[in-house]
Ligand binder design. Structure first.
Ligand SMILES: NC(=O)c1ccc[n+]([C@@H]2O[C@H](COP(=O)([O-])OP(=O)(O)OC[C@H]3O[C@@H](n4cnc5c(N)ncnc54)[C@H](O)[C@@H]3O)[C@@H](O)[C@H]2O)c1
Length: 313
């Protein structure tokens, strides 16, 4: 290559890089404005009619309430729970409101049981198109008083089970490029809270799992997976009995919600394909603002708000 050709090549490379940066800037700016627009004018909620919606932990609390709402909207609900009595009650409630529901008893930590569950669902109901990884447990005490079994089970139920269920039900969604994965994290998956060390670790992990999986599908160049949506739910305190000793100094700002109120927000977020929500939504923005400051600064606000969970009695 002559000197002139070398210079021409450098100029050409410089121009094409500048063009790429310009295109990148325009795309980022347009997307930013689009998101800003959607903040004020939210996207229309999608229909879930005919979707086969598997909900773990459907026998109680937010799982049950979410199942009832999706059932009312015409979804075919697959209720999965370790507790057959609660699960049957949920199915009965959905049937009473003229919805369609099926009941399966399964411990979501048992990988082999999940494989059997999937076979039965496929045969009796069809391919799952929405997976709501909701089942969770929450030992609430200082780390040094938490037993090995409590720690292991928390991880098994709250995060490892998500992976088993995803490995089982994601492939058919990928085949059709149609589906929705919903995962219950928590505000304890956004900020660290005392008495909840293993629980926080599992709920932070849920958000990591969902983000990484979303990226894995998005960056896959072999096929388009944009038809598979992801929603992470981060509630604060919901009155289901899971949080035994809640402590809230300013109930108007950080109200303890009923499972009905929380599930209204969960279903709305899923239907609008939101990526992540906190319940209440104000905590999302408070957290974003706090993260801008050095760590010590928001700690004063946290101490002032003085809310959280006391250890289980
Ligand atoms: N309640 C809250 O304040 C709160 C706050 C933030 C996040 N969350 C999360 O939301 C989710 C639902 O919470 P909730 O308060 O509605 O719970 P809940 O205790 O009311 O219901 C949980 C359901 O999961 C089932 N379950 C537990 N272990 C299981 C297993 N191994 N296999 C199958 N089913 C199992 C239980 O039988 C129960 O029906 C959980 O993941 C929880 O961590 C709850």
């Amino acid at each position: 290559m002559t000197d002139e050709q070398g210079i021409a090549m450098k100029v050409y490379n410089g121009f094409s890089l500048a063009l790429e940066i310009l295109v990148l800037y325009i795309k980022m700016t347009l997307t930013w404005f689009h998101c800003l627009y959607q903040f004020f004018v939210p996207p229309e909620p999608k229909s879930v009619k005919g979707e086969i919606i598997l909900i773990t932990g459907a026998g109680h609390g937010m799982g049950r309430e979410t199942a009832l709402r999706f059932g009312k909207l015409g979804g075919i609900i697959v209720c999965v729970d370790i507790n057959p009595t609660g699960n049957q009650e949920t199915v009965d409630m959905i049937t009473e409101q003229k919805g369609k529901a099926h009941r399966y008893e399964c411990d979501v930590t048992d990988r082999e049981a999940i494989a059997v569950l999937a076979e039965n669902i496929r045969r009796e109901v069809g391919e799952v198109t929405m997976l709501v990884n909701n089942a969770g447990i929450m030992p609430c005490k200082p780390l040094l008083q938490t037993s090995e079994k409590e720690i292991r089970t928390s991880f098994e139920v709250n995060i490892i089970a998500h992976l088993w269920l995803l490995q089982t039900f994601l492939p058919s969604m990928m085949e059709r490029n149609h589906g929705h994965i919903v995962a219950m994290s928590s505000m304890a998956g956004v900020v660290g809270l005392r008495n909840l060390v293993p629980y926080c670790a599992t709920k932070f992990a849920v958000r990591g799992l969902m983000e990484a999986l979303h990226e894995e599908l998005r960056e896959d160049k072999t096929k388009d997976y944009s038809g598979i949506k992801f929603t992470v739910i981060c509630p604060y305190i919901v009155d289901t009995g899971l949080c035994k000793n809640p402590k809230v100094k300013f109930p108007t700002l950080m109200k303890i919600l009923t499972p009905q109120e929380a599930s209204d927000q969960i279903v709305d977020a899923v239907r609008r394909n939101y990526n992540e929500i906190t319940i209440p939504s104000s905590l999302y923005y408070i957290n974003l603002i706090c993260r801008v400051f050095p760590k010590q600064v928001p700690l004063y606000l946290k101490d002032f708000l003085d809310s959280g969970l006391e250890a289980d009695p």
